[in-house]
Design a binder for this molecule. Structure first.
Ligand SMILES: Cc1cc2nc3c(=O)[nH]c(=O)nc-3n(C[C@H](O)[C@H](O)[C@H](O)COP(=O)(O)O)c2cc1C
Length: 276
């Protein structure tokens, strides 16, 4: 017995710890601490490893929510993914208006495509009315399908206001009228330019015409004194005290629905903006 005690004393601290009886308080505390350490390492590792996927999921859900908002189908608490199952994502080559099938539209990252010299398209300063500097060769479109037919086309658009780049989803009926718009990211002044994000102001876009009979983009934000009743179907109230933001919105619509944006696509696939 004496010999085995001296063997334990000579052994390392771990052995000595495990040689203690299970009910010994030191052994209980140390084992609990070791378990806590192992668990916290496991939890932190999982959190770190899953973070990128979680962020990507949140970004995707956020995007889907804003697209649903643009088409007037968003309600708080709804199952966004289920509602989005009727919306098809396609990629379009902007210059030709053709659908692109060699790239998976669901995994396409527009901002990365703009940064990539292989797919970046510089916009000449005199043509850059939306102040985007460059766009990607391919852009996504979201098609709301009903009974096997496309009912609405949702286009991501962006352009510069007074302080910031303003991002929106513009939903269009297949007859070329606006179905809705959702500005979801912008940094204009709260109460002034930021009113572009106000759902009440956005509601005024519904039903407006985008192109005239010659296929020119005519939709514009117009200040109170300058409205022309004969042109009401193309005119949306500009935001008071935010003329620069309002002009930025008009310009981004003209740019993205024009020849450098989705103009060729809408003409080719929906005869929208093709003139009459
Ligand atoms: C603090 C501050 C914030 C402003 N924010 C905006 C803005 O977000 N968008 C905008 O167009 N004009 C903004 N303006 C006003 C512009 O400087 C400019 O005067 C205005 O666009 C002219 O529009 P109005 O003719 O409707 O007043 C801001 C002005 C100040 C002093």
């Amino acid at each position: 017995m004496q010999e085995s005690n001296s063997t334990v004393k000579k052994a390392g601290p771990v052995r000595r710890l495990f040689a203690l009886p299970n009910e010994h308080p030191v052994k209980t505390i140390v084992v609990a601490l070791i378990l806590c350490l192992i668990c916290s390492v496991l939890v932190s590792t999982a959190a770190i490893l899953l973070k990128p996927r979680q962020l990507a999921n949140e970004e995707l859900l956020g995007k889907q929510r804003e697209i649903l908002r643009a088409v007037g189908r968003y309600q708080a608490g709804m199952n966004i993914q289920a509602e989005f199952s009727n919306i098809e994502t396609r990629l379009v080559e902007l210059a030709t208006g053709e659908y692109v099938s060699h790239i998976n539209a669901d995994h396409y990252h527009y901002a990365r495509a703009v940064a990539d010299p292989a797919t970046r398209v510089e916009i000449a300063p005199e043509a850059d009315i939306a102040r985007v500097r460059a766009i990607a060769k391919y852009a996504p479109v979201y098609l709301v399908q009903e009974a096997g037919e496309t009912r609405l086309i949702v286009l991501p658009v962006h352009g510069y206001g007074l302080w910031s780049t303003m991002y929106a989803y513009l939903a269009i009926e297949v007859d070329g009228r606006v179905a809705g718009i959702s500005f979801y990211k912008q940094g204009e002044t709260p109460g002034l330019g930021s009113e572009i994000a106000n759902p009440r102001w956005q509601a005024a876009w519904r039903g407006k015409r985008i192109y005239d009979d010659q296929g020119t983009v005519r939709l514009a934000l117009i200040t109170a004194g300058k409205r022309d009743p004969d042109q009401a179907e193309f005119q949306i109230d500009a935001l008071s005290g935010a003329t620069i933001t309002s002009k930025g919105v008009t310009h981004l619509i003209r740019f993205w629905l024009g020849e450098q944006g989705y103009g060729p696509y809408l003409r080719r696939h929906f005869h929208v903006g093709g003139g009459q």
